[in-house]
Design a protein around this ligand. Structure first.
Ligand code: DGT
Ligand code: MG
Ligand code: MG
Length: 292
């Protein structure tokens, strides 16, 4: 590019490179979805179409960005996780966040009609998402982050399920239901659901209770009996990030693209999930499932 007298403006650009060797979580969240869900008459408290659409968009993001190892979604939010060895966009925060937000939004809008067949999108009431990147220095921190989101999903869903059952089935006003639920713990809500409405919360849809976990599927590994041996964690404390050559990175990307991206509604708080799927924490592709 030719030099010009204007080029000095480049000096105003600030570097925003995320720390090496850290987990990067990009969380996106629907903007004003309280209003949006009213406008498009989402079912309360959960609209399967809306959640399926979120999941479909997240799957496309994982397919597009092979550096992502896992994503977790609940309500109008999704957390996308890059492995500590990820070198995409030289780990520039804005590039990572904006790419995820815009790719997700594009697919969300593109696929809207597949899920909301009778409710077309209308300008200016169009879905949009914000996003941020957070770094987690240890695998424990990253897993605690994921656990935090899944616990949040459980707490909110139990509350919302109880609240909306009291209103929609019990004929209570919103204010009365809110007052009734004030100060209750999980056991109280379970009891209200069961005693008053015959609903066993345990039998509710797994997607609603656990949220959605998106990842690449390889052959599951046996769970080891020693809980301390979750793969990937033993590498903790390595001070120098493992340098992966460009050609090696390309090979890993190709292998990742061969794997199927799946959505499951499972517990990610306990060790089992991570032990059975060591490729998520190790960042190294597993064995492809043998197809029938
Ligand atoms: P924000 O994120 O600050 O721009 O504001 P909101 O309105 O997006 O609030 P947020 O993200 O804290 O909460 C998500 C809202 O989306 C919440 O009001 C409920 C609504 N929502 C999400 N999924 C569903 C659904 O499946 N059904 C219904 N009825 N509402 C939903
Ligand atoms: Mg929101
Ligand atoms: Mg939200």
């Amino acid at each position: 590019m030719a030099n010009s007298k204007y080029e000095y403006v480049k000096a105003f650009e600030q570097p925003d490179i995320l720390l090496p060797n850290t987990w990067i979580v990009v969380r996106i969240d629907g903007r004003g979805f309280h209003k949006l869900s009213d406008r498009y008459a989402f079912k309360k408290p959960n609209d399967r179409r809306a959640l399926d659409l979120m999941n479909a968009a997240a799957v496309e993001v994982l397919k597009d960005l092979s550096d992502l190892v896992i994503a977790y979604g609940v309500s109008d939010e999704y957390s996308f996780v890059f492995h500590p060895t990820c070198d995409l966009f030289d780990r520039r925060s804005a590039k990572l966040v904006t790419t995820i937000v815009s790719t997700f939004t594009a697919h969300y809008i593109y696929q809207w009609g597949n899920y909301f067949q009778d409710t077309p999108l209308q300008s200016p009431y169009l879905p949009s998402f914000d996003g941020r990147a957070v770094m987690y220095p240890t695998t424990k921190n990253m897993r605690d982050y994921m656990s935090w989101r899944q616990v949040d999903c459980h707490i909110n869903n139990l509350y919302n399920t109880t609240f909306w059952t009291m209103v929609l089935q019990g004929g209570m006003s919103n204010t009365d239901a809110e007052r009734e639920l004030k100060g209750t713990v999980s056991a109280d809500k379970n009891e209200i659901l069961f005693k008053m409405f015959g609903i066993n919360y345990n039998n509710e849809d797994e997607m609603l209770k656990k949220g959605s976990v998106v990842f690449r599927q390889y052959q599951l590994e046996e769970v080891k009996s020693d809980p301390k041996t979750v793969q990937g964690q033993e590498e903790e404390g390595t001070s120098v990030p493992e340098k992966v050559s460009k050609s090696q990175q390309e090979k890993i990307r190709r292998l990742r693209r061969k794997a199927q991206v799946v959505v499951e509604h499972v517990d990610i708080i306990k060790d089992d999930f991570w032990q059975q799927r060591p490729w998520i924490l190790s960042g190294k592709p597993g064995k492809l499932p043998v197809r029938a």
